[in-house]
Each structure stands twice: as C-alpha cells, then as structure tokens.
Design a protein around this ligand. Structure first.
Ligand code: CAA
Ligand code: FAD
Length: 379
C-alpha cells in the first residue's frame, strides 16, 4: 500500500495548514473560554471546501478522496479540535451518508447546502439510554402512510443547535430489533422539533453539543434514507468512515501538542541549558514522535482502504483506538514538558489535553472499538 502523499495531497495539506494558522489560531483560546461556536469561521470552511471534501462536484463538493480529508482534518485539529469535530460530522457522517445512500432528490436538495456552509448537518444516534448500546433506540418513527411521526429525545448532538439538517435514527418496527430502525432527514424548524440544553463540556468547547427533542414531528416518507429498516446499518456504515475522521482529529491534536512541545523544549532553559538537552525530555519527544507516526500510518491505511473500496471496518476501529489513546498520552506529556506554563491557557497544551479526552469517547468509546476489532478478528 502506497502511503506517500501525492502533489494533490500536499496541496490540501498546505491549504488546511494555512487556514488553521491564519484563521483559526488567533481566536481559539477565546472560543474555548466562551464556548463560542463561530458561524463566520464555519462559513469560511465551507467556502474553502473543507465541509464537503468527499462530496461530488455536481453537488458542490470537492470530489476528493478520504486521504485528502484526513490530511485536512489533521491540520485543522492541530490548531482547533472543535473546528475538527464540526467538520468531521458534516463530512463523514452527514454528507457521506447522504451521498452514499440518499436518493437523487435528497442529494440535490441537501448536499449543496451542506457543502457551502450555508447550513451544517447533525447526526442523531445517541439517546439517554442508547449510547454504546445503540440498537436500544427509544425514539420512534411511527409509519403513518405518507409520513413518519417522530417522537423521542437525542442527546449529545454535535452541531445540535447550529445545524439545519439532522439525520435522525429511530425505531419503526420494534419487533424487528435493529432491522426495524430507520434514518430520517429532519429539517430544523419542523413543528414539534425543539432544542434542549447545551452541554458545558471539558473540551471541544467551541463545538455546540445539545439535546434535541421530537414531539409528534411529521417527517415526509421521501425523507427516509434507503429501504425501510436500513437505519441501523446506515448508522454503523457511516460510523466506520466517521471513525477514520475522529482518528485524524486525535492525530491532529497529538501532532499539534508535539509541535508546541518541540519548540518550547528548545527555548526553555533550566540549569543553564535548554530543557531539550536533558535526556529525560529528549526521550519524551522521541516517544511522542514515534507514537504519532504510528498513529498517522494507521489513519492513512484506513483512509486508503476506504478509497480502494476494500473492507475498512477493522482498520478504522484500530486507527481510532490507537490515535485517541496517543492523543491523550501525548497531550499529557506536552503539559509536563511545559511545566507550570503547560497548566495555563495561554500555552494551548492544556486545552489540547482536555480536547484529546473526547476522542476516546465519541463515535464509539475505546471499549467499543476493541469490541469491533475483536468481532472482526473472530468472525
Ligand atoms: N459496520 C457495519 N455494520 C455493523 C457494524 C459495523 N462497524 N457493527 C455492527 N454492524 C451491524 C451488524 O452486522 C448487524 O447487522 P446484521 O444483523 O444485518 O448482520 C447489526 O449492525 C447489529 O450488530 P450487532 O449484532 O453486532 O449489535 P450489538 O448491539 O451487539 O453491537 C455495536 C453493536 C458495535 C456495539 C454498536 O451498537 C456500536 O457501534 N455502538 C457504538 C455507537 C456509536 O459509535 N455511537 C456514535 C454516535 S455518533 C457520534 O458520536 C458523533 C460524534 O461524536 C461527533
Ligand atoms: P455508555 O454507553 O453508557 O458507556 C459507559 C462506559 O461503559 C464507557 O466506558 C463504555 O465504553 C463502557 N461500555 C459500554 N458498553 C460496553 C461493553 N459492551 N463492553 C465494554 N465496555 C462497555 N452521539 C451522536 O449520536 N451524535 C453526535 O453528534 C454526538 N456527539 C457527541 C459529542 C460529545 C461531546 C459527546 C460527549 C458525545 C457525543 N455523542 C454523539 C455521543 C457519544 O457517541 C456517546 O457518548 C458514546 O457513544 C458513549 O455512549 P454513553 O455516553 O451512553 O456511554
């Protein structure tokens, strides 16, 4: 498998790095402090093509491969992991899902808006009683002939308040278990659709995470994606790709913290010399760089397999499991290398350590990734 970057991939890397350094960096601490979802920055991401990288050009997207997408995710998450998750949900869960399984009408109606950044999408699978145990959906989509009647509560929804288009997973035929679940496109503003509380989070604070409530929301039948009962398979399939995106986010957080640490270690002096002259710090840097490189290879491998149309379920789960663990480890070491300065906001690494934690939890916890990997090994 060729893991070298082409000129096109390098151009994507350059563009994403440029955007991250010149547009995201300046306000990243303020946005984190104030939990501020910045609409204008998201629009700029849309204008630059970062919200719909894999969407076909006829629907307003970049028509790029998954490797391009993970390269951009890494660069953006190096600076602002909140921007990374907003981008990830829109690209890999919502846009990719509609493009892969939506009807022609659904693609034409929704992908263009989702590509431009005029609106963004949300993916609504989790519920108060159905997180890891995602088949236990309590939200119902009752079949009423030409529409579904949607009732229930979704929690932890990224882009929950700011999205205009939500993919909602709900149970239509409880007697069929996961094979009775559907996925519906629900537009913001539909009568009976209300926004609940905003979560006050440890990290990725500039992304909005909300509870969404549905009370007798009428959803036209044409808004169902795929055949009746396809919703759970849709969610799982979309999440396989999503996990590559979150692995790239984790990789970016780790790589960002490492770059800051490498620079700081050469500037900060103790006992008359830069701390990078102390072998204890050199060993930390060496181990950080090695683990980051290993994570990058896993992320690129999963992306390549997806691009080649090969099975990538296990590779995606391995990439997410490993990259999220190294993000947590690298950022903790980055704070240590910065000493007391690492513990305050100005030096960024404390935020990165807080941001890293979520990558072990969402889009399937680390325990769920191990379960997925083990099932693939044993099947
Ligand atoms: N890819 C494709 N299909 C899959 C799959 C995968 N990775 N995992 C399961 N399936 C399919 C199975 O093949 C099965 O279908 P069939 O009966 O047709 O064969 C069906 O799904 C049910 O699978 P299981 O019998 O294995 O179900 P389970 O209840 O034992 O376990 C699970 C399923 C893997 C634990 C699943 O519930 C899961 O992935 N849970 C984690 C949920 C999750 O990742 N949530 C993320 C929410 S989105 C989010 O978090 C976004 C964000 O933060 C930004
Ligand atoms: P639980 O499922 O209750 O798990 C609790 C603990 O038990 C975990 O450590 C878990 O790994 C462990 N565990 C559970 N089952 C097993 C098992 N079988 N074997 C071993 N260990 C197990 N969801 C969405 O649908 N859309 C979103 O946009 C979204 N964004 C999110 C953003 C944030 C900031 C957060 C915090 C969550 C988000 N989520 C979203 C939800 C996220 O996917 C869930 O939190 C996650 O899947 C875990 O579910 P849970 O919180 O209910 O934990």
């Amino acid at each position: 498998m060729d893991l070298n970057l082409s000129e096109e991939h390098e151009a994507v890397q350059f563009a994403a790095r440029d955007f991250a350094q010149n547009e995201l960096l300046a306000g990243v601490i303020e946005r984190d402090n104030e939990q501020k979802f910045d609409r204008s920055l998201i629009k700029k991401m849309g204008d630059l093509g970062f919200l719909s990288m894999m969407v076909k050009p006829e629907y307003g997207g970049g028509g790029m491969d998954t490797l391009s997408y993970v390269i951009a995710m890494e660069e953006i998450s190096k600076v602002d992991a909140s921007a990374g998750v907003i981008m990830s949900v829109n690209n890999s869960l919502v846009c990719w899902g509609i493009q892969a399984y939506g009807s022609e009408e659904q693609k034409e109606k929704y992908l263009t808006q989702l590509s431009s950044g005029d609106t963004i999408g949300a993916f609504c699978l989790s519920e108060p009683e159905a997180g890891s145990d995602a088949t236990s959906q309590q939200t119902t989509a009752e079949d009423k002939g030409d529409y579904y009647l949607l009732n229930g509560t979704k929690n932890w929804i990224t882009n929950g308040n700011s999205s205009g288009i939500c993919l909602v997973i709900a149970q239509t035929h409880p007697e069929k278990g996961h094979k009775g679940i559907n996925v519906l496109i629900v537009e913001k503003g539909a009568p009976g659709f209300t926004i609940g509380k905003k979560e006050d989070k440890m990290g990725i604070r500039a992304s909005d995470t909300y509870t969404l409530m549905f009370t007798d929301v009428k959803v036209p039948k044409e808004n169902r994606i795929g055949e009746d009962g396809f919703g759970f398979k849709f969610a799982m399939t979309v999440l396989n790709g999503g996990r590559i995106g979150i692995a790239a986010q984790a990789l970016g957080i780790a790589a960002g913290a490492f770059e800051l640490s490498l620079k700081y270690a050469q500037e900060r002096k103790t006992f008359g010399k830069p701390i990078s002259d102390h072998q204890a710090i050199q060993f930390k840097l060496a181990e950080m760089a090695t683990r980051i490189e290993a994570a990058r290879l896993l992320v690129y491998k999963a992306a390549r397999l997806k691009d080649e149309g090969k099975d990538y379920i296990q590779a995606a789960a391995m990439a997410k499991l490993f990259a999220s663990d190294i993000a947590m480890w690298v950022t903790t070491e980055a704070v240590q290398i910065h000493g007391g300065y690492g513990y305050v906001k100005e030096y960024h690494v404390e935020r990165m350590m807080r941001d890293a934690k979520i990558t072990q939890i969402y889009e399937g916890t680390s325990e769920i990734q191990k379960l997925v990997i083990a099932r693939e090994l044993l099947k």
